[in-house]
Write a protein that binds this ligand. Sequence first.
Ligand code: FCB
Length: 492
Amino acid sequence: MTWKHNFDTSPDVELQGALRKDFHWGYATAAAQIEGAWNHDGKGPSIWDKFCHTPGKVKDDSTNEDATRAYDLYKEDVALMKSYGVTAYRFSLAWSRIVPLGGAEDPVNEPGIDYYNRLINELLANSITPFVTLFHWDTPQTLEDRYGGMLNQERYAPDFLRYARVCFDRFGDRVKHWITYNEPGVYTLAGYAGGMHAPGRSSFRDRNEEGDSSTEPFIVAHTELVTHAQAVKLYREEFKPSQKGVIGITLHGNYSDPWDVNDPADVAAAERARQFEIAWFADPIYGTGDYPACMRDQLGDRLPRFTAEEKSLVHGSSDFYGMNTYTTFFVKHRTEEPDINDHKGNVEKLDTNSEGKSRGPESDTYWLRTAPEGFGKLLRWVWNRYHVPIYMTENGTTAKGEVAPTDDVLNDTFRIEFFQGYLRELARAVQDGVDIRSYFGWTFTDNWEWAAGYTDRFGVTFVDFESEEKTRYPKRSAYFLQDYFQHLIARE
Ligand code: FCB
């Protein structure tokens, strides 16, 4: 149909062919958000299964029991992705589908392995490159019950490593792009500081029965960093020599701009916010090999210390910088002493700056606004600080009013403008010398958006969640991305 493909790329003529010929593009998803089949074929429970079956935890009281039924419909989904022209697909493995009880001594579930084999083979048969995330937030519930999951680094590490080993061993002949953890920072902040995500721990007793927001997020983050590095060591020593893949981590990070650019205290606050959010994980891996000094200054001994051995293990433990980013905030310094539960660097994050300029048009998600300029700054900040190749692993938006698959809704110009703005910035950054090798839109279909349930629709495909078949309806942004990448990616 012509309405799908009539995009004018002429304003961006100078960006034609800006991206490398082997640039990977496609969509990213996460097992707990799409698969459904939450207890089928031997799958064990994850912390999200428990969380969403606890009343009051999810906005629309929904569960992910069915989600988009990607477990059943993977063939149709691959065919649809193929029709969207993608060259790659980023998805995550559900640990408790592969090792239902999670632990190093617990049995492997062959039907779970078979499912991912079928999916990987289907992708390869369609010339779509799989990018596989080992962990996208769904810790096996049994490990949480046995020893508190990631709060117990010593007991957790062998369990995670054994799971990683099974994945490298069983899928690594075909998977050449591995991501250990998705957004360790959001996992720990939302799960252990805010307590709004599984496993639902925080200092706030009106919300959570247990937890300590002033210490646990930093402990869990430390566990993630060290066990990421241990999994990479395992891959590099035992699998990479024959499998020849790359492995890294994906970090979250929105951009922080000063609220008042003429106030040195706000300029410093914005930099501190970037370090608390991003350098917290990235400095140990790609930078100094330790946590940022501003975090140590504010948090003191509440921030764990790397042993000498951990430090050298973590430093250099990622072949690339996996970047998930969505938006930008204006950041203002605070004059009061930092709150004990602060994890942002003692700043305020605002929607408008000192001149009343908005950070961007509102989406259907409270924290997310379209802010492409900040994205361009973020790419340069990360590149200048770390100088490693960047794989964009998530970026996208919701749009207001997407409640039914009407023509208006499917012609999702708000999302198209978001993607166009961000991709322009990406292509310009590449022209300026930033090494960017992939782009995964978040996300392929509308899905189960964690604690927001089915209310936040991020897909380039509308899903009718009421229907038995979870019917998919392509939105126009899917065709926009197809056309725009054809324009941006070099042919020769
Ligand atoms: C990221 C998550 C992803 C999805 C998007 C909107 O933080 O990695 O699963 O929730 O945000």
